[in-house]
Design a protein around this ligand. Structure first.
Ligand code: CAA
Ligand code: FAD
Length: 382
């Protein structure tokens, strides 16, 4: 067993930490207030290899492994969770599926643009009536005689939807086949028949723009199919396995920021003639925060390591995402409590960490769905 990191892994962690501390953290409060998309910072992440960490260098990426991705995501999320949401979709949800199932042409066109930070990518699975129950999607792609598809339907809650150029879209090609009747497509948001809705007002990760998108007779060419027709649901699920490692890392980063702010505060703030960190009740909270953070980190590194070894990691990714997201919610809750009235004020960042943490229990599969995946895999029952 090896607990150290390679030089390469430490190098990308260092690059991410520097950008997070110098550019992202100082601007996070402003972006949270305005809800503006942090385009310049996102471009900077792209220029530094952070939008395609696991993408081979021949497609414009950094050519590193999943552990390096975890380390970098944690640093960016500690700077600001919203930035790490955008980074996570580009890295895990957009690039992963194309690298595994895409043609050479698709990799050169779509992966390169995203990995280099020239464009932003998105992943469109959810619909107004189908979130957890993803196979209940209705967006329809009808095959034409020339091999192209005409697409009609809506997708909701699409991260980076308002700004992304390219989308991995899942649509029904054969309504009689259930999960096996879903196909993945690569969509260009600049083409006719593609429409973007209004940006959603959100509780947290406010700088990560989210919207509904709609297809009205959008024509996808035969070459825009990702993988085989009917393989789309499996592609979505395997991409989400990887995505869940990214969200676990996001949860760890933002929880670590809340923990570190709390460690400072308990030494400075005095009550009853002593630092509040000297009270045993505060110390118990600090100890529990530390245990949950470390457990989340180790479980997430395990899932990333398995992915890097080419082994199955579905259960381990769900264990990591479930543990880290619930830990982030608990840790940020305690951070607000330990800051007292100041924890409730926008003058301190902990109220933002608390708001941002909640999303990690919802997207890329709610906590209930993670429990379902883990228990189904463990028991073989459903
Ligand atoms: N890898 C590969 N294939 C898989 C798989 C996996 N991890 N999980 C399931 N499959 C396959 C199954 O083997 C099955 O294939 P066959 O038809 O050949 O047997 C097929 O997919 C259907 O599987 P299930 O019967 O298990 O499907 P289900 O309807 O019971 O749903 C579910 C399973 C786990 C609940 C799934 O629907 C799910 O994960 N729901 C949550 C959706 C989600 O996470 N959405 C995230 C949207 S993206 C997002 O949120 C981005 C962001 O925030 C930034
Ligand atoms: P529902 O599925 O309606 O669930 C409602 C409640 O019922 C939840 O508590 C859920 O856990 C519970 N529930 C449902 N089924 C079960 C069950 N079988 N057992 C027990 N409990 C159950 N989607 C994309 O495709 N792309 C994106 O980029 C994207 N980004 C997002 C960004 C944000 C900010 C948000 C809020 C969502 C985003 N989503 C995205 C959608 C997200 O993945 C879904 O919101 C999530 O999967 C839950 O689906 P739902 O909202 O429809 O809730």
């Amino acid at each position: 067993m090896e607990f150290g990191f390679s030089e390469e892994q430490l190098m990308i962690q260092d690059v991410a930490r520097r950008i997070a501390q110098e550019k992202i953290a100082p601007s996070a409060e402003g972006f949270d207030r305005s809800g503006e998309f942090p385009l310049d910072n996102i471009r900077l992440l792209g220029e530094n290899g952070l939008m395609g960490i696991e993408v081979p260098t021949e497609y414009g990426g950094a050519g590193m492994d999943p552990v390096a991705y975890v380390l970098a995501m944690i640093e960016i999320a500690a700077g600001d969770a919203a930035h790490s949401t955008i980074m996570s979709v580009n890295n895990s949800l957009f690039c992963n599926g194309i690298l595994t199932h895409g043609t050479e042409e698709q990799k050169q066109t779509y992966v390169r643009a995203i990995a280099e930070g020239a464009e932003i990518g998105a992943f469109a699975l959810t619909e107004p009536q189908s979130g957890s129950d993803a196979t209940a999607m209705r967006c329809r792609a009808v095959k034409q005689d020339d091999g192209s598809y005409v697409i009609n339907g809506k997708k909701s809650w699409i991260t980076s939807g308002p700004v992304a150029r390219y989308f991995v879209l899942f649509a029904v090609t054969d309504p009689d086949k259930g999960a096996r009747g879903i196909t993945a497509f690569l969509v260009d948001g600049d083409r006719a028949g593609f429409h973007r809705g209004k940006t959603e007002p959100k509780l947290g990760i406010r700088a990560s723009a989210t919207c509904e998108i709609e297809f009205q007779d959008y024509v996808a060419r035969a070459g825009d199919v990702l993988g085989e027709e009917g393989q789309g649901f499996k592609i979505a699920m395997s991409v989400l396995d990887a995505g869940r490692i990214g969200i676990a890392s996001q949860a760890i980063g933002l929880a670590r920021a809340a923990y570190e702010a709390t460690l400072e505060y308990v030494k400075e703030r005095k009550a009853f003639g002593q630092p509040i960190g000297a009270f045993q009740m505060t110390q118990a909270k600090i100890a529990d925060m530390k245990c949950k953070l470390d457990a989340s980190l180790l479980l997430t590194l395990r899932a990333a390591w398995l992915k890097g070894q080419g082994k199955r990691f579905t259960t381990e990714a769900s264990v990591a995402k479930l543990t880290a997201s619930e830990a982030a919610m608990w840790i940020t809750h305690q951070a607000v409590q330990i800051h007292g009235g100041m924890g409730y004020s926008k003058e301190m960042p902990v109220e933002r960490y608390f708001r941002d943490a909640k999303i990690t229990e919802i997207y890329e599969g709610t906590s209930e769905i993670q429990r379902l995946v883990i228990a189904r895999n463990e028991t073989g029952l459903r």
